[in-house]
Design a protein around this ligand. Structure first.
Ligand code: ZN
Length: 301
C-alpha cells in the first residue's frame, strides 16, 4: 500500500495545499491567498487535518516556500522564512507551525528546490544528479542538485541576483531589482520585460525585439551557470518561459556566447534536450512538496 503525503506550496500571493502520493494521484487540493502566517498556516493545517480524516493519516508533509529560508536542520532558526520583504512573514517558523499539529517528518525547502526535486523524481531531470532548475517569472530563482544533493550551502543559491553584462547603449533600462538594479532578475524578470517596453509581456509578437533581448540576458545567466555548476541539464520554468518560442532563441544565444569553448554534444546539436521546459506543469509546486515529504520520511527512518 502506498503512503499518503501532505503538500504545502507557500507562494508570496497564494498557498496551494494538497494530499496525494505523486503524479496522477493528487486526492485533494486547496488554494487560498497568503495573508498572515497565523491565519494562512492555520488554513493549511486545517485542510491537511480534514483530508487526513477522509483519506487516512499522512506519513509526512513537505513545505516548499518563497524565501529566503533557513534549510539547515541543526540551525536554531531551521524551518523559518528569514529576511523576506513580506514583512509579516519575517522569521515565521513555518515548520514548527505544522509540527505542532502533525507528529510526522516535515520536509522543507525553497519553492525552486522543491520544483527541482519534483522534476528529478518524476519529470525532466530523472536519472540526473547535477542539474539546475531556473524559474523566470515575477522573480528569477535557481536551485537543483549537485552530486545528488539539493543545493544549499551557506543558505541556498540566489541565482537570479548574479550580474550579467549590461550594454547600456543597446538597453538603457536600469533594471527593477530593489537591491541591485540590473542583476539578472532586475533585467529579465516578468516585471522588467513589461516595464522596459511598457506593455504586458503576453502582447509582444514572437518576432518582437523584446524576446531577443530577453533571450540574450537569460543566455548570459545560463552561460554563467553552465561554467560554474556544469549541470547535466537545465530546466527553465516560470511564467515568462511559458512563451515557448523563447527556447530556440535561448539555445542559439547560448551557443553564440559560449563561442565553442565547451565541446560537448549538449552545447551543440543536443542543446534542445539540454535546456528544456519542465514536464510537471502547474502541478510542479505541489509535486515538489510531496517529493520533499518523501525525502523527509526516508531520512527519518
Ligand atoms: Zn538583484
Amino acid at each position: 500500500m502506498s503512503q499518503l503525503f501532505g503538500a504545502i506550496e507557500a507562494g508570496g500571493t497564494k498557498f496551494v495545499c494538497a494530499v496525494g502520493t505523486g503524479p496522477g494521484d493528487i486526492r485533494a487540493e486547496s488554494r487560498f491567498p497568503t495573508t498572515t502566517p497565523a491565519e494562512t498556516m492555520a488554513q493549511a493545517v486545517a485542510f491537511l487535518q480534514a483530508q487526513a480524516q477522509i483519506h487516512g493519516p499522512l506519513s509526512a508533509i513537505g513545505i516548499s516556500t518563497f524565501g529566503p529560508i533557513d534549510p539547515h536542520p541543526h540551525s536554531a532558526t531551521y524551518g523559518h522564512i528569514t529576511t523576506t520583504p513580506k514583512l509579516s512573514w519575517q522569521h515565521a517558523p513555518v515548520v514548527a507551525m505544522v509540527q505542532e499539529h502533525f507528529h510526522v517528518p516535515v520536509g522543507f525547502d525553497t519553492d525552486v528546490n522543491g520544483a527541482a526535486l519534483g522534476e528529478q523524481r518524476w519529470g525532466a531531470a530523472q536519472g540526473l544528479d547535477t542539474f539546475v532548475y531556473l524559474t523566470v517569472g515575477t522573480g528569477i530563482g535557481g536551485g537543483g542538485m549537485a552530486n545528488g544533493k539539493m543545493m544549499h550551502g551557506l543558505m541556498h543559491p540566489e541565482m537570479g541576483h548574479m550580474y550579467v553584462p549590461h550594454d547600456w547603449e543597446r538597453d538603457p533600462f536600469p533594471g527593477v531589482c530593489p537591491f541591485h538594479g540590473d542583476c539578472l532578475e532586475g533585467l529579465a524578470n516578468g516585471p522588467a520585460l513589461e516595464a522596459r517596453w511598457q506593455q504586458p509581456g503576453e502582447t509582444f509578437p514572437p518576432e518582437h525585439e523584446a524576446w531577443l533581448l530577453e533571450a540574450h540576458y537569460l543566455a548570459a545567466g545560463l552561460v554563467n551557470i553552465i561554467t560554474v555548476v556544469s549541470p547535466q541539464r537545465i530546466i527553465l520554468g516560470g511564467g515568462v518561459m511559458e512563451s515557448r518560442h523563447l527556447f530556440p532563441l535561448i539555445h542559439r544565444e547560448i551557443r553564440h556566447q559560449l563561442k565553442g569553448y565547451i565541446q560537448m554534444p549538449e552545447m551543440d546539436a543536443g542543446i534542445a534536450e539540454y535546456i528544456v521546459p519542465p514536464t510537471l506543469g502547474n502541478q510542479a509546486g505541489v509535486l515538489g512538496s510531496i517529493a520533499l515529504a518523501q525525502n523527509a520520511l526516508a531520512q527519518s527512518s
